[in-house]
Design a protein around this ligand. Structure first.
Ligand code: PDD
Length: 272
């Protein structure tokens, strides 16, 4: 069910409709999705998002529907029709693998962190659960519900998933990087969603000469790190101030790197 729509329009397989009386829309079967940020009326990293959407089908061993070929054009058209200047657009492919598969585009409620969270960092907690196919961006309502409940219960900003081997993998809606002595550490791609922001962090670090080590990270290693960052479409790079009560100082590198990354992203966006 679609309950997070922020606007009055929705595009289904290229056709724009008006959402009547805020009526929630039912979605069917397995759902693959993307969230694309729009800044100044421009959808960001659209090529990367469409490639990841196609890859989600491949990870699930499903054929990529022909209609995805028009998606870039449809997203641009939807952003224009819905007059979105700054916000987030969600694309859901539902009923996949069946004859009734659809591609649905709408503006979704966007939550961008307050400035103070970039200065003070956010509290996160762990949850012993994994997404079924980490490489695919699928909707897992049950996992989302558990994550949202835990966030509420612990008053945390995000939940970090811990797999059956005790590895910290990714956030419920973000990727996570740890750091120690100026070197970043993050989980390998077989355990996480290939985040677009994660990829941009790699590009940024390569440019800045900052080393990023990719390896499984155990929960019992948390106290060895100097700090951590969450990354994602709406949050960019956000410092973490604590994980399960283990406190990280949020100063110096922990605040400066996200600020530099934000500048790098703005330049990237302007040049795109
Ligand atoms: N979530 N890991 C998971 C499980 C995610 O759901 C997301 C994104 C990410 C970060 O990916 P990206 O940098 O491409 O946003 C990692 C989106 C934003 C969401 O569900 O709203």
């Amino acid at each position: 069910m679609i309950k997070d729509n922020a606007g009055e329009l929705m595009m289904i397989d290229g056709e724009t409709i008006v959402i009547k009386d805020g009526k929630p829309y039912e979605t069917e079967g397995i759902k693959i999705y993307e969230v694309v940020r729009v800044i100044g009326g421009k959808p960001l990293f659209l090529k990367e998002h469409i490639e990841r959407l196609e890859n989600s089908f491949k990870v699930l061993n499903m054929g990529v529907p022909q209609k995805i070929k028009n998606l870039g054009h449809e997203i641009h058209e939807f952003v224009r029709q819905a007059r979105i200047v700054n916000g987030n657009v969600k694309i859901i492919c539902d009923g996949i693998g069946g004859a009734d598969n659809r591609t649905i585009i709408y503006e979704t409620v966007s939550r961008y962190p307050d400035r103070t969270l970039y200065e003070k960092g956010v509290a996160v907690v762990t949850l012993e659960k994994s997404r079924t196919s980490p490489g695919a961006k699928t909707m897992e309502d049950d996992l989302r519900m558990h994550a949202d409940n835990k966030k509420k219960e612990k008053n945390a900003y995000e939940v970090i998933l811990v797999d059956g081997q005790g590895n910290m993998t990714e956030g419920s809606r973000s990727n996570i990087f740890f750091f120690k002595d100026g070197i970043l550490h993050t989980a390998p791609l077989d355990k996480v969603l290939p985040g677009i922001t994660r990829m941009k962090v790699f590009e940024f670090c390569a440019k800045k000469g900052i080393e990023v080590k990719v390896h499984p990270i155990k929960r019992n290693e948390l106290a060895n790190f100097d700090g951590a960052f969450l990354t994602g479409t709406s949050i960019n790079m956000l410092p973490v101030k604590s994980i399960d009560g283990i406190v990280y100082p949020v100063s110096g590198f922990a605040v400066e790197l996200p600020a530099q990354f934000e500048k790098h992203m703005i330049v990237d966006v302007l040049n795109a």
